[in-house]
Design a protein around this ligand. Structure first.
Ligand SMILES: Nc1ncnc2c1ncn2[C@@H]1O[C@H](COP(=O)(O)OP(=O)(O)OP(=O)(O)O)[C@@H](O)[C@H]1O
Length: 382
């Protein structure tokens, strides 16, 4: 695929994002009705970034990807590749390649021929084709399999052929739509690590669509969490996991505990929530937050941040009481399900690093405690 030369460029191309969406809206027409798929996206993806669009089925990930590729035209807004407005440029003239879950390899061609296909079509010289295909097969760890047919290879190997076939054209960006969806769990986890390595080696911008939060956390530099055609949160895996910005993100990424209570007192950059019967939860207040005493709020805390014990904890962090329900021993960790004094279900993960003994058993009264920095206010209680 060739880069468009005729589109206007905005700004200095060295500092421009690889991909930019500005006010992008997509509505489909189906049986006389309008289906809103993307409701106004503003997004900039950096050069060489591994960027994931993550969200549940139907949230608009594939539509967004297809608009970047040029397979769908936005209803409103613009798509830029390296500062060039490509909104009206057809897919084959955009400098991006796409890899699908179904691989779409040519079954009658060898691995070598599959990878060489695009270069041959472009009329690249034979010795150059041999060199570039060889180099690519080495990167995807398939040297020596040149003569095989796709059906003689495993799913993971076929996916790597598809990757090599897309990357050999040296696209500016590679768009991957659930590329590991057809693989079993173990192979998928192996391929996640492989994909990240390959991306680092070739330095190409990857845009990755997935509904699997573990996959997005493992590979991405940044993740856009999408819900109902909008971006709910955009940030590094750590930011999104540690500081979910909404109830949706907290629930979608990993396991998270939702608690609610009434603000008792606001003390500078933190608030103390009165909980249950004289217990407390301390929450840091985000800058500019305007909560006041008496307001009911909702907050989240991750299971691995909570300590569980039978004695009241020392210190002045969050400390609430509960009763232990199910205790699940998982080898490296134990999960405790606890019902708090205010009736909320809380999950606690403890690492079994030093002790083989469970801290508490079903029916025990326990204290749950955590440092103030691990509570995140996510809005008014519903
Ligand atoms: N060609 C189409 N015609 C009408 N509606 C469509 C079309 N393609 C997608 N949609 C609708 O647009 C919305 C977004 O679809 P999209 O495929 O982008 O979601 P997704 O997040 O990629 O989902 P999945 O993970 O299931 O692939 C959905 O409501 C879907 O039903």
């Amino acid at each position: 695929m060739t880069e468009t030369q005729d589109a206007p460029v905005r700004g200095d191309s060295a500092t421009l994002p690889a991909i930019e969406l500005a006010g992008v809206v997509k509505e489909y027409r189906s049986h006389g009705e309008t289906v809103p798929a993307v409701r106004g996206l503003d997004l900039a993806i950096g050069e060489g970034e591994f960027f994931s669009l993550l969200g549940p089925s139907g949230c608009g990930k594939t539509t967004t990807m297809r608009m970047i590729a040029g397979f769908e035209e936005p209803t409103a807004g613009a798509v830029f590749l390296r500062g060039k407005d490509v909104t009206a440029v057809p897919a084959h003239r955009r400098d991006v390649n796409m890899v699908f879950q179904s691989y779409a390899l040519f079954p009658h061609m060898s691995v070598f021929e599959n990878v060489a296909f695009g270069l041959r079509r472009k009329g690249v010289e034979r010795s150059e084709i041999t060199r570039r295909v060889g180099e690519m097969l080495e990167i995807v760890d398939l040297t020596g399999r040149e003569k095989r047919r796709p059906r003689e290879m495993s799913g993971g190997q076929q996916q790597r052929v598809a990757l090599a076939r897309a990357l050999v054209n040296r696209p500016r960006a590679l768009l991957l739509d659930e590329p590991l969806g057809a693989l079993d769990l173990k192979l998928r986890q192996h391929m996640q690590v492989e994909l990240k390595r390959i991306q680092r080696e070739v330095g190409v911008t990857f845009v990755y669509v997935t509904h699997d939060q573990g996959e997005a956390l493992t590979m991405s530099d940044r993740i856009a969490v999408m819900n109902d055609g909008r971006i709910e949160q955009l940030g590094s895996p750590r930011e999104i996991y540690e500081r979910p910005a909404s109830r949706f993100v907290a629930g979608f990424i990993g396991t998270s505990n939702l608690l609610s209570g009434e603000i008792g007192e606001v003390d500078g950059d933190r608030a103390v929530i009165a909980y249950g019967d004289g217990e407390r939860i301390v929450v840091p207040l985000p800058e500019g937050s305007a909560v006041s005493a008496g307001e009911r709020v909702e907050l989240t805390v991750r299971p691995e941040k909570i300590e569980i014990g039978v004695e009241p904890p020392a210190g002045n962090g969050s400390a609430i009481r509960g009763t232990v329900g199910e205790v699940v021993y998982l080898g490296t960790s134990t999960n405790y399900n606890v019902v708090t004094s205010a009736g909320a279900d809380v999950v606690v993960f403890t690492q079994n690093a030093t002790s083989a003994e469970d801290v508490a058993v079903r029916g025990d009264s326990v204290w749950l405690s955590w440092h103030p920095r691990y509570s995140y206010l996510i809005g008014p209680a519903s």
